[in-house]
Design a protein around this ligand. Structure first.
Ligand code: NDP
Ligand code: MG
Length: 381
């Protein structure tokens, strides 16, 4: 199976490469994309010898293009050709943030299997990405751990009407148990230090604010095409139960594994049989699982996510862009951690975008929202 890995130099990229390595007789890394990480991309090229490497950043492309006998690509039309290449069987969407929308949108029109990690493209692209994938028969399989869990728990169901509700679990992040008002002085290192997962910086901050779970609620609504009211969010600090589907006859089915992104990736990459990986077993002889209510002071942000689910249009684009600007501003030392919420709320309120969505209008809404959010950041600093 030939794999095109979008965002190969990131944390999800690492996990995918590890699964490929362990299953090299079945899986082949055909192509990679990345932004500008020279060292990491060169290591991957040396180890896996893909045929193509698409480099988003022009000057990095110029530096790399003659360094190896593989083909380096740059520019939107080359990206499109690579994504549509006849030899690509599976496309893994693992670029971080809104930057992943371009490639995910292209992938949705190929009719190929898409393994989706880049939740921001679903949140910002909303109806557009899933509708396009449906139209072109491109099958999206989630590798975000909660969504992959739901996907597995739903397989074998008789009818979508049988589902009573779906509980999406959240680790709670590094500040579990803390109120927003306790988080004024936390540092970047504190916020990036996730207790269970080792991830890229943007999603690590999203996990610390719990906005990640709000993005995941929207992601779930679109991927499974279910009403927002079916989904509950719950804190589960051990990150072992990755989500739970409760059926109308009272059965709750969950998927469990130690926190390791290679598990959902291996599942999503499997075809006729499950791909073996070297995983850490759950020690059922000494296992304490706990579940708590989502913190009350994050209900307001959850309400925004639910509004995005119910109203659609450009609201997902606006929510996502407001959050991306807020996270960047925190990482650039412009605002304190607790102000991330204020930036999102003030940017999201009173927007007046039309409900008709196209790829162009999504880019426009993203641009306008970033301008507004940056003004909010400026007013705070
Ligand atoms: P990382 O920050 O570790 O990696 C991001 C990847 O995207 C890198 O390959 C980077 O290239 C590339 N990239 C960044 N900006 C651009 C751009 N403008 N154009 C093209 N490529 C770009 O992110 P993660 O791997 O942590 O996350 C990837 C996605 O998966 C996110 O959407 C995240 O929410 C989701 N996800 C991640 C999980 C995890 O465990 N990490 C869990 C569940 C979901 P370069 O290195 O050259 O900058
Ligand atoms: Mg997740």
């Amino acid at each position: 199976m030939n794999i095109l890995l979008l965002g190969a130099t990131g944390s999800i990229g690492d996990s995918v490469l590890s699964v490929i390595k362990e299953n090299h007789s079945e899986l082949n890394l055909f192509g990679i994309t990345f932004h500008k990480n020279k060292n990491k991309s060169q290591e991957i090229i040396k180890d896996f010898k893909p045929e193509f490497a698409y480099v988003e950043d022009r000057s990095t492309f110029e530096d790399l293009k003659d360094t190896s006998d593989i083909t380096f690509l740059n520019g939107d039309s080359s990206l499109k050709e690579l994504i549509e290449h006849d030899d690509v069987d599976v496309i893994i969407s693992a670029i971080s943030g809104f930057a992943g929308l371009k490639a995910t949108y292209l992938a949705a029109s190929t009719g190929k299997k898409i393994l989706l990690a880049n939740k921001e493209s679903i949140v910002a692209g909303g109806d557009l990405i899933t509708a396009r994938a449906k139209k072109f028969n491109s099958k999206i399989i989630p590798i975000d751990s909660e969504h992959n869990a739901i996907f597995q728990c739903l397989s074998g169901q008789r009818s979508p009407d049988d589902v009573q509700n779906i509980t999406i679990t959240a680790s709670g992040g590094p500040f579990i148990g803390k109120k927003i008002s306790d988080l004024k002085d936390v540092t970047k290192d504190d916020a990036l230090n996730h207790p269970n997962w080792d991830m890229g910086s943007k999603i690590s901050i999203d996990s610390a604010t719990l906005v990640n779970k709000c993005l995941e609620l929207i992601e779930a609504k679109y991927l499974f095409d279910l009403e927002e009211s079916i989904f509950d969010l719950v804190i589960h600090p051990q990150s072992i139960v990755h989500s739970v589907v409760t059926y109308k006859d009272g059965s709750s089915i969950c998927q469990m594994s130690m926190p390791d992104m290679r598990v959902p990736i291996a599942h999503a990459l499997s075809n006729e049989h499950r791909l073996p990986i070297n995983f850490e077993k759950i020690n059922f002889n000494d296992l304490n699982l706990s579940f708590h209510a989502f913190p009350e002071d994050r209900l307001q942000i959850q309400k925004i996510a639910r509004e995005v689910c119910n109203s659609g249009g450009h609201l997902g684009t606006i929510f996502n862009a407001a959050n991306e600007v807020a996270v960047e501003s925190f990482l650039n030392d412009q605002i304190s951690f607790d102000k991330i919420y204020e930036v999102i709320h003030r940017t999201f309120d009173n927007n007046s975008m039309s409900k008709d969505v196209s790829i162009e209008s999504i880019y426009e809404a993203d641009t306008q929202t970033r301008i507004k959010a940056k003004k909010v950041v400026k007013s705070i600093t």
